[in-house]
Ligand binder design. Structure first.
Ligand code: CA
Length: 222
């Protein structure tokens, strides 16, 4: 899923159309406010972000995205009206992955989108999360404790990954449920407790690093 924030409807529709005919799913928004509402529903694989927008501008939206744990790893391509408008240093330093100046050809646009997605998925594959001697390799889908491999189910792995990505932070049962199971329903938080229990058992000594924060949720590596 690709999100496209662009206030000029013609450009927005052209971008969405191009992405969809290339085989991507895409949704368009005309402001940062609309984008934020959509981010609460689903996190996209990439965000195309115009700079000159009504209300909050693209730079400010980018800063917010990068400041939030949930959205900081989503790649962003800045889309700008003219070269001069884009402050390359500011944009790239605040975490944009690429930028495109309008008008651009659709072939170039698609090539840039694919390049950024490729680059980011490679980084994701190589990513290793550590918590003391507990190492989780995202791409290899492997967990090791003191060099010993530990077999986990898919959900246990995703749960551990989520906690390790947020090392030191307390994640509520609802956040975990929403992120790992993809739904947000208070009554189902027991699912989280059950999985944490089996995860701890399988991790053995390393499982002690998962701390229960009474009445709130779970944390690893405090
Ligand atoms: Ca604009």
């Amino acid at each position: 899923m690709i999100y496209c924030v662009e206030d000029e409807i013609n450009i927005r529709e052209l971008l969405i159309y191009t992405l969809e005919t290339t085989g991507f799913s895409a949704r368009g928004f005309s402001s940062g406010k609309e984008l934020r509402a959509a981010l609460r529903e689903e996190l996209p694989d990439l965000i195309l972000l115009d700079i000159m927008l009504p209300g909050e501008d693209g730079y400010s939206i980018l800063e917010r995205l990068k400041a939030s744990q949930e959205t900081k790893n989503i790649p962003v391509i800045m889309v700008t009206a003219k070269e001069a408008e884009f402050d390359k240093v500011r944009g790239l330093e605040s975490g944009a992955d690429d930028y495109i100046t309008k008008p651009f050809g659709m072939m170039e646009f698609v090539a840039r989108v694919k390049a950024v997605l490729r680059r980011c998925s490679r980084q994701e594959e190589d990513k290793e999360l550590r918590c003391g001697e507990l190492i989780l390799s995202v791409g290899k889908h492997q967990v090791c404790w003191k060099g010993q491999k530990i077999d986990l189910t898919r959900k246990e792995f995703e749960l551990l990954q989520y906690l390790m990505e947020n090392k030191g932070l307390v994640m509520t049962r609802n956040q975990i449920l929403c992120h790992v199971w993809g739904y947000d329903f208070d009554g189902e938080t027991r699912t989280v407790d059950v999985h944490v229990r089996t995860l701890r058992q399988k991790l053995g000594d390393a499982g002690n690093q998962i701390e229960t924060v009474r009445g709130v949720g779970y944390r690893i590596g405090a």
